[in-house]
Each structure stands twice: as C-alpha cells, then as structure tokens.
Design a protein around this ligand. Structure first.
Ligand SMILES: [Zn+2]
Length: 209
C-alpha cells in the first residue's frame, strides 16, 4: 500500500494573553471603576492603558483612579497644573507603582500627588515580571505581602520570594510585622521600609602592580 505523504504544517498560534490578576485595591472599588494605567504594571481586572502619546484621550475617558510610576504620575500632574488636561474626574485614588529595586515613593512625591490630584495615594510594589508583591493598605500601616510571597533578610537587605521569582534582592530594609493590622487583614506586612544607601562602586579598578 502506497504510503500517504505526510505534509508538515507549522501553525503559529497567537500568543496567549496573560490572565488578568485580581488585585485587591486598597479602597472600595466596583468592577466598573474607570482606572487609567499610565505605566506597565499588573493587569488589573478592568483597566485602560494610556501611554504618554494617548494622555490627551484621558479627558474623554474620565478616569476615577490612576495607576502609574511616580515619574509618570508627576508628569501627568504637571500637565494638569499647566491647564493642558482637565482631570477632575479622578475622585478615588492614585496607585503608585514602585518597581522592584526602585526606591519607594518619597514623602515629597506622596504629598505632591495627593494634594495635586486631591485623592489618597497607595503604593503597590511590583516584581520584575510586573507581578504584585506587596501593597500598601488603606490603614497605611505598611505594605501587606501578597498571598504566596515570602520574605527573609540577608545582610539586613529584604529578600522576597514569590512564585517564579525567588531570592529577589530588593535593595530595601524593612521590619516584618505579623500582628493584625488596623485595616483588618492578618497577612504579614512590611513596615519601616527604607532604601539601602549603598556606597558608590569604585569608578575604576585599581591599577595592577
Ligand atoms: Zn493593613
């Protein structure tokens, strides 16, 4: 019996979109909350992304909450204060995305964003893959570790382990608080979070003898 020639066909499947994560927002939010995200970050359940080229579309979207890195939020606030954008629709919160190994938001930035947008700010700490590692709670009693995230310290540096991200050196020091939080959550939380001031690396290696 003649064999049937096999034809190999390469099928290129479209990349599967990453599953949206359910991030518990640190304030009461309905699924219909219009949240505008200015910087890459976790995929919130319902969110519209606005890269800087699309910021002019924000007025029409009328977001009630914003999420972004400090630098992007400050640039956006500048445009609002210069009268280039009208964002009085923001009436819920500003979520500040602090990336792994970046410095936490400064008090100066926190006050500027809070007063500028007229809503409270909450800090979310993201891993190298934009996953959520820890989040500031509404009681402002530190950053609660997300489920599945564990911490330890090495030479006073906070190290985080999360599924797929083990041994993340944060460049931060922090105290782990295990007591129940005034916000009602009982998950461990990080308090007294500070960036480690590292001595500058030598500009060049010493000449060999
Ligand atoms: Zn709390």
């Amino acid at each position: 019996m003649a064999s049937v020639p096999t034809v190999k066909v390469k099928i290129h499947l479209p990349p599967q979109p990453a599953a949206a994560v359910s991030v518990k927002l640190p304030f009461p939010a309905s699924p219909e909350l219009r949240l505008a995200q200015l910087s890459p970050g976790p995929r919130f359940d319902s969110v519209a992304s606005f890269t800087p080229e699309r910021w002019f579309e924000l007025e029409a979207y009328r977001p009630r909450a914003l999420a972004g890195e400090t630098a992007d939020l400050e640039r956006l606030l500048e445009q609002v204060q210069f009268g280039m954008l009208e964002l009085s629709s923001v009436d819920r919160a500003v979520l500040v995305l602090t990336r792994y190994r970046s410095r936490p938001m400064s008090d100066v930035s926190r006050v500027a964003l809070w007063q500028g947008f007229g809503v409270p700010t909450f800090e979310l700490y993201l891993g190298p893959d934009n996953s959520l590692l820890a989040a500031e709670c509404e009681a402002r009693e530190g950053w609660h570790l997300e489920p599945g995230v564990e911490c330890w310290s090495h030479d006073d540096e906070l190290i985080l382990d999360s599924p797929g991200n083990y041994g993340l050196r944060t460049g931060l020091t922090a105290t782990v608080e295990g007591t129940a939080c005034p916000c009602g959550r009982t998950t461990p939380r990080l308090v007294n979070i500070e960036a480690i001031e590292r001595p500058a690396l030598p500009r060049r290696l010493a000449a060999s003898a």
